[in-house]
Design a protein around this ligand. Structure first.
Ligand code: V07
Length: 259
């Protein structure tokens, strides 16, 4: 703990955390990690705070998680920030959430650029408020030359709709002679999804004790390792991410033993 107080602004990880990071880096690190960031409302409720306070706290955890993922050498981090179902929430809550990308980027974009992070987004852009979309597109543009971690926000994303849209494009390309039915396979189909430029996630993390996918990357998660925790997203710490990766590595080693 002594160390923690000695740390300057630049060097943010305690020595124990740094040791754990170095230890994990001796084994294969998952290249693509996806996270369902659940439990923000519940976190707030437990503290008798408005739900939006939980979302705001959750946003800070996005920053910490991103920085650690980058340090670990994870290549892509996909965060489920808003689903196509989330529009059903109270209007004031949705409006607040749609301001979070701007607030996040207003505060942290310089840090993302400094750390070579590339911002991307999957989801239906056309229904987003223009102010939200502008902020995100500016960040995508300003970080497009970065070659560190890809920080991919799933925003207004829904997996079944994504699959239906892919099928429609496949049918259309087939009709127009761009694609032959005989050529269609899993790899080609994947290239019609919003995640075409990403490899499938190696690891899915879901916080807050819910053990389901909630319409998140149904196709892409077919072979992924799943790690669930009861911890609410605003309480998700660096140590939790390290634990998830440790479990991932142990499972990979066991799997390797069977082969
Ligand atoms: C959102 C905070 C995290 C917990 C889950 C729900 C609320 C960061 C972003 C964001 C999105 C795009 C971007 C930069 C930041 C965000 C939404 C919700 C919609 F380019 N946190 N966060 N977006 N929450």
């Amino acid at each position: 703990m002594f160390n923690k107080f000695r740390l300057g602004k630049k060097q943010e990880h305690s020595s124990t955390l740094r040791d754990k990071i170095e230890e994990l880096k001796k084994q294969p690190i998952p290249e693509h990690v996806a996270i369902i960031m659940d439990g923000n409302g519940r976190w707030a409720k437990k503290r008798a705070l408005p739900r939006v306070a939980g979302h705001h706290e959750g946003m800070k955890v996005v920053r910490k998680t991103t920085m650690l993922a980058n340090k670990l050498g994870i290549k892509a981090l996909t965060l489920y920030a808003f689903s196509t179902e989330n529009w059903k929430r109270p209007k004031n809550e949705v409006e607040y959430i749609m301001r979070l990308p701007e607030e996040f980027l207003g505060t942290f974009l310089p840090e993302l650029v400094e750390n070579n992070v590339q911002v991307k987004m999957i989801g239906y852009k056309n229904q987003l408020p223009v102010h939200t979309l502008h902020a995100i597109e500016k960040a995508i543009e300003e970080t497009k030359e970065n070659n560190g971690l890809v920080l991919n926000f799933a925003l207004n994303y829904g997996s079944r709709a994504e699959i239906i849209d892919a099928v429609k494009q496949v049918l259309n390309d087939s009709k127009n002679g761009i694609l032959n039915e005989t050529d269609l396979n899993e790899d080609i189909f994947s290239s019609y999804l919003m995640t075409s430029e990403f490899k499938d996630p190696d690891l899915l993390i879901r916080t807050s004790g819910e053990i389901r996918l909630s319409n998140f990357m149904l196709w892409q998660l077919a072979y992924s390792e799943f790690w669930f925790t009861d911890v609410l997203w605003p309480d998700f710490s660096e140590n939790h991410l390290l634990e998830a990766i440790e479990v991932f590595q142990k499972r990979q080693r066991r799997f390797g033993g069977i082969l």
